[in-house]
Design a protein around this ligand. Structure first.
Ligand SMILES: Nc1ncnc2c1ncn2[C@@H]1O[C@H](COP(=O)(O)OP(=O)(O)OP(=O)(O)O)[C@@H](O)[C@H]1O
Length: 312
């Protein structure tokens, strides 16, 4: 369990606190998604858990112990940390990257080799194919998978993820959210996930904590936030998500226009959701997709995303 008790932090030279009077509990084995506008204090909150930032007031406890009383090096070895797009050692290969913490912990070589392969399998990378590659020889999504494998290698109880999928394309991001989310649930990890993406927060979070100006505005299950937003700010923040859920429900064939596609366009199955169609458009840069014998336009997807009363 991770607990923030009346935690406050003002960075040196800043005119206002990055985090103010924060109380938050993340139950063992659950994922808490921290979300809110840029600069609201999410990363500062996360970095107080592994002591990259020290609170000015209040305390942060892990499994009941104040992190301020723990040796930061020992503390960090027990916490996996995944960052956006970076963090892999560029001159080390995939296996060496994944082996970092087990190596620091003095594991025997045979155990490390077996663990590296196990972790690569876990995150969906064939060890034989990928273990000797350098990070530069991987796609963005594969790099993020290696980042997760490395963070989990020494089997930490806690994982801190700061915009872990922020640098990958939307289609890959969706897949990573599903797969990594399932792995973390299965392994019963206690996770704090910082994200800008409300879809990611609602998909991966057992609880979602919405912050604004250093304060916690609302915390609860995704269902609770959607059903009973605490105020207009939460409502507005969730508005985008409502539109995406609407696109999830509508099928491409419901919005296709009869005109045939020429010149050749990227194709989408008529049975696919409009959300998938939007992702395809974002990934390919195309504003029109071929769907069966018709065409789906970005305009049609935009129209569909609007709620009947026009509020989204
Ligand atoms: N090292 C620092 N020194 C001074 N001010 C800082 C420092 N780190 C963060 N801040 C300020 O503290 C506030 C909160 O920053 P923080 O990075 O926690 O927000 P965030 O919600 O994670 O933002 P983003 O979503 O843009 O990453 C911001 O106003 C930021 O400018």
């Amino acid at each position: 369990m991770i607990r923030f008790e009346a935690v406050a932090k003002r960075h040196p030279g800043a005119d206002r606190p990055a985090v103010a009077d924060l109380d938050l509990t993340v139950a063992a084995g659950t994922t808490c998604a921290l979300i809110g506008p840029s600069g609201c204090g999410k990363s500062t909150t996360l970095r107080m858990v592994n002591r990259l930032v020290a609170p000015d007031a209040g305390r942060v406890t892990v499994a009941g112990r104040d992190v301020a009383d723990l040796d930061p090096i020992v503390l960090r070895r027990g916490i996996g940390y995944v960052l956006q797009g970076v963090g892999l050692f560029p001159h080390k290969n995939v296996a060496e990257n994944v082996a970092t913490v087990p190596g620091l912990l003095g594991w025997k070589r045979g155990r490390i080799v077996a663990r590296v392969d196990e972790m690569l399998d876990l995150v969906g990378l064939d060890p034989a194919r990928y273990r000797n590659r350098r990070p530069a020889e991987l796609s963005g999504g594969q790099r993020q998978r290696v980042g997760v494998a490395r963070a989990l290698a020494a089997d930490p109880a806690i994982l801190l993820m700061d915009e872990p999928f922020g640098a990958v394309d939307p289609v890959t991001r969706d897949r990573l959210q599903e797969e990594i989310g399932a792995i973390l649930r299965r392994l019963h990890k206690t996770v704090i996930l910082v994200t800008h993406d409300i879809g990611e927060a609602l998909r991966m979070g057992d609880t979602v904590a919405l912050m604004r100006d250093g304060h916690l505005v609302q915390v609860g299950t995704p269902e609770r936030l959607l059903a009973a937003p605490a105020d207009d700010f939460v409502e507005t923040f969730l508005g985008g998500m409502r539109a995406l859920r609407r696109l999830d429900r509508l099928r491409v064939h419901e919005r296709v226009s009869a005109e045939s596609a020429s010149p050749p366009l990227p194709a989408i199955a008529p049975e696919a959701s409009l959300r998938e169609a939007l992702d395809r458009m974002l990934a390919t840069g195309a504003t029109r997709l071929a769907a069966g014998s018709g065409t789906l336009t970005l305009e049609a997807v935009r129209d569909a995303a609007r709620l009947p009363d026009g509020s989204a």
